[in-house]
Design a protein around this ligand. Structure first.
Ligand code: NAG
Ligand code: NAG
Ligand code: NAG
Length: 194
């Protein structure tokens, strides 16, 4: 009996897993990576004391472009507080880059790809991190995207002033195959059916 339940659950979980798109469909690969990853490394220009001031500073953030399921919106949402060290940087200069890799999913280990192997697809977004006004339709959408994949967020300290932010994508680089990095425009990225 339990075996049947376990098999059914495994089958249901697999229904969510979509294969990585072919490497000649770069915009789709970028959407795939952005949806598959639950977190990313966000690099800001540091406003900390010298000698860090003005230097690149990469920090880990939970992200979500939508609830688990075959596709996401492509928009990375984040849950931030002004108390956070990288958010101090964003207050001065909201320009940042966000890196996500299939090394953060079981994919690369299963395939035996080292994280630096281009076949272990990764994507780098650059753009601006923008705070969303609480209560707007988009903030609600971002909250749903984040809380469904990061349920612990619901319990984070209430007095920290958390808010939903959107990474406004201006440029996209994709490394998913040999022959060098490729770029995708935000228009191609959002237009494509992932
Ligand atoms: C990618 O290659 C496949 C065949 O290998 C082809 O069917 C498909 O149209 C190509 N897609 C693009 C966007 O070039
Ligand atoms: C982003 O950086 C550019 C210069 O590189 C600057 O002009 C612009 O004000 C920055 N944007 C924000 C929102 O900080
Ligand atoms: C944001 O809005 C929700 C209702 O939409 C409310 O429950 C919550 O307290 C608000 N949070 C802040 C920080 O204002």
């Amino acid at each position: 009996m339990w075996l049947w339940v376990a098999l059914l659950l495994a089958a249901l979980a697999r229904a969510d897993i979509v294969d990585i798109p072919p490497h000649n469909e770069t915009a789709r690969v970028a959407r795939y990576v952005a949806h598959a990853c639950d977190w990313g490394a966000l690099a800001t220009l540091s406003t900390q004391e010298s000698p860090m001031r003005g230097q690149p500073f990469a920090n880990v953030f939970s992200v979500s472009d939508g609830p688990n399921g075959p596709h996401g919106s492509g928009v990375p949402y984040m849950y931030l507080t002004d108390l956070e060290i990288s958010v101090h940087d964003l207050k001065v200069n909201a320009n940042a880059s966000l890196t996500m890799s299939l090394a953060q999913t079981p994919y690369c280990k299963e395939k035996g790809y080292d994280p630096q192997n281009p076949l272990c697809a990764h994507v780098i977004f650059s753009g601006i991190v923008e705070k969303l006004e609480n209560g707007t339709a988009e903030a609600e959408k971002g909250k749903k995207a984040l809380f469904s994949r990061h349920p612990e967020m619901k319990t984070w300290p209430r007095d920290h002033g958390w808010y939903i932010a959107r990474f406004n994508i201006a440029s996209i680089w994709v490394l998913d195959y040999f022959g060098g990095i490729k770029t995708v425009t935000p228009e191609e990225y959002f237009k494509v059916i992932p």
